[in-house]
Design a protein around this ligand. Sequence first.
Ligand SMILES: Cc1c[n+]2nc(N)[nH]c2nc1OC(C)C
Length: 322
Amino acid sequence: SPSPAQRAEILRRQIDEAGKAYYDRDEQLIPDAEYDRLVRELEALEQAHPELVNADSPTQRVGGKAASRFAEVRHAVPMLSLGNAFSDEEVQDFVRRISERLRRDTVRFSAEPKLDGLAISLRYEDGRFVQGATRGDGTTGEDVSANLRQIKVIPHTLQGSGWPQVLEVRGEVYMARADFEAYNADARLHEGKVLANPRNAAAGSLRQLDPKMSARRKLSFYAYGIGEVRGGELPPTHSATLAQLKEWGFPVSELCQVVEGGEGLLAYYRDIAERRDGLAFDIDGVVYKLDDRAGQEQMGFVSRAPRWAIAHKFPAQEQTTT
Ligand SMILES: Cc1c[n+]2nc(N)[nH]c2nc1OC(C)C
């Protein structure tokens, strides 16, 4: 059987390999519980044989125990996924279902770019950022507050006034293409890890356990919605809510636009499709949302996605492999 030193070396390699895959590439090579078991076995081995401990052992990571995961956060308002439309007919059906159910001839929508990043939820209490979490499975996400504090465009305190006592803002963390190219150029120069695409870069960065590591990758954020709201009112439409979020200091994409009916949606889709390659960030489609909140509540949700919103995806594009 292997000596304690050999066993420790095997454990160290497995832990580091699983850790890198998880934090750099958002890949889960082994289940969290297995990862934690390996770390605990290595700790026990190092306690029994102190001569085995060396500086780069995963048990020596910042804050002592190799943090194996983030705290869990339960979303009071679930972070939902979106139904997809891939054709104009499906978009027309989406509009027809809403206009029939709400008995309206013309329906106004908020049309928005669908960024190819990482959905997150930001919680503010009395106007101060208190917690940020990933989407996770929609109900439970990971607390990545420390990493989100490194993102310059995310306000630590709200600007202006009149915000609710509790305000959750939902949006997308992403890495702009220029920052992605710069990161990879630097990685090539210094034999670092070249990243496959901006989405993985954003996911990997947000899940770095060491906020200093996370800060090395320039991330951005666009707000696109709200979660829990307590002790205050928001405007009656989604578009007015986005305008309000902008006043409170959140970045909101200039591409967001209020349009009318199926024609308005499809014109928006074609316009964004044309402009797509010139945008500063990757998008994988656009999102249409019934603009008035009362109507949204009437439409409700089907399974895990709202009836009042769909994503209209672009045909898959060959990924720029770097
Ligand atoms: C998942 C998602 C993604 N996006 N992206 C935008 N722009 N809005 C938006 N809304 C989403 O979900 C809400 C409709 C619940």
